[in-house]
Design a protein around this ligand. Structure first.
Ligand code: PLP
Length: 389
């Protein structure tokens, strides 16, 4: 037996472990302090009523002989694929049902899609970045190059025709920066991908947070994207499914053999999403479901706006806060771990140092809107008081 040596290239994920360690240490020394966590990107609001009702009904169906279901289709039940297709159609994106694949979430599909690509592809990844794009390619031994995001480009890097690559990762609205591409920005990447004969792997996990009608929520809102892009989406942040698990991936048939290869891959290695969860996911796309999840996302967006407004008041440069649950701010003082310590110890607020998301993240800091309004307001009051001292 020989080990996959590529695992040696993957750094241990120190970021959240160190955040947790430092936080626990501080609390041990100061047990009476009430910390407010604006760090981890997990949702806090429970599943909405429509989803819960659909889940209960589906559980009951599974307990009766006439409605019981065994193995389901690997690519997802038609009822859910149809709901996803209609959801896209409402925004003017017309897909065929067999271009939509249901999964247990975006991370799995983003991690597994690399099975379809040869190891000698060059991969272009933005920096800072959601670490899954990098680690899954390192595991296979692919060469990774980076598109630098910075204050100068508003953390929205644009294509450089002097750089050649085969696979391009994009995430908009972005985690960790909260930055969102407009249609012209996405079109520039679609054109570049066409010119380089490359594929775009587009992560739209936060599409539901885009409230500006002029901004795209899907890469397919850009002409020509169905020829070059695969899109990954998730109900995790849209509908609080981080523990329930459901997402979907779109592989247009215009991309050639990839659609069929993915079905083959999934039917070999993947069992599909439970019937009960797919019924719950279907309810997300119902009229009631959409209304209820909009209210929940509205709570996070109100928090995001409050954070952004506070930073504006303090004169702190940032991206995100609108059209995104993330706020990416420039650390007063520069060092992102020093800023983490300062907020932890002086404001009792926990955020995430940007350095953990890539070299360009140093000097920046991520706050998330995943909390309730009272805690977020209190955190902002404390941050204001510490930074204006
Ligand atoms: N993509 C991005 C950019 C994310 O931030 C996350 C979760 O934090 C995911 C994908 C994973 O989503 P899921 O829970 O569907 O696996």
């Amino acid at each position: 037996m020989k080990l996959n040596k590529n695992f040696e290239l993957i750094k241990d994920s120190y970021l959240f472990a160190t955040v947790a360690e430092k936080t626990a240490e501080y609390l041990k020394e100061n047990p009476d302090k009430k910390l407010i966590k604006l760090g981890i990107g997990d949702v806090t609001i429970p599943l909405c009523k429509a989803v819960v009702e659909a889940g209960v009904k589906a559980v009951e169906e599974m307990g009766k002989p006439e409605t019981f279901r065994g193995y389901g289709p690997y690519e997802g039940y038609d009822f859910l694929r149809k709901s996803v297709r209609d959801y896209y159609a409402r925004r003017g994106v017309n897909l065929d049902m067999d271009e939509i694949f249901i999964s247990d979430g975006a991370k799995s599909d983003i991690g597994n899609i690399v099975d379809l690509f040869s190891e000698d592809n060059v991969v272009l990844v933005p920096d800072p970045v959601y670490p899954v794009y990098v680690d899954t390619n390192l595991m296979d031994g692919r060469r990774i190059i980076y598109a630098d995001a910075s204050e100068k480009n508003g953390f929205l890097p644009m294509p450089d025709y002097g750089v050649d690559c085969d696979i391009i990762y994009m995430c908009s609205p972005n985690n960790p920066t909260g930055a969102v591409y407009d249609k012209a920005g996405l079109k520039a990447w679609v054109d570049y991908a066409k010119a380089k004969n490359a594929v775009i792997l587009f992560d739209s996990a936060y599409e539901f947070y885009v409230t500006d009608e002029n901004l795209p929520r899907s890469v397919y809102e850009v002409e020509g994207a169905t020829e070059v892009a695969i899109e990954f989406c998730s109900l995790s942040k849209t509908a609080g499914f981080t523990g329930t698990r459901c997402g979907y991936t779109v592989i247009p048939k215009k991309l050639g053999p990839l659609n069929g290869m993915w079905l083959r891959r999934q039917s070999t290695k993947y069992n599909g999403v439970p019937y009960i969860v797919q019924r719950m996911a279907e309810a997300v796309f119902s009229e009631d479901g959409q209304k209820q999840i909009s209210e929940n996302v509205g709570v996070y967006m109100k928090n995001a706006k409050l954070i952004s407004d506070t930073l504006n008041e303090l004169g702190i440069w940032h991206t995100g806060g609108v059209n995104s649950p993330y706020i990416w701010l420039k650390c007063p003082g520069g060092d992102s771990w020093a800023f983490f310590d300062k907020l932890l110890k002086e404001a009792n607020v926990v955020g995430t140092p940007g350095a953990g998301f890539g070299k360009n993240g140093e000097g920046f800091f991520r706050l998330t809107a995943f909390n309730n309004y009272e805690n977020t307001s209190e955190a902002m009051r404390r941050i204001k008081s510490v930074l204006t001292k």
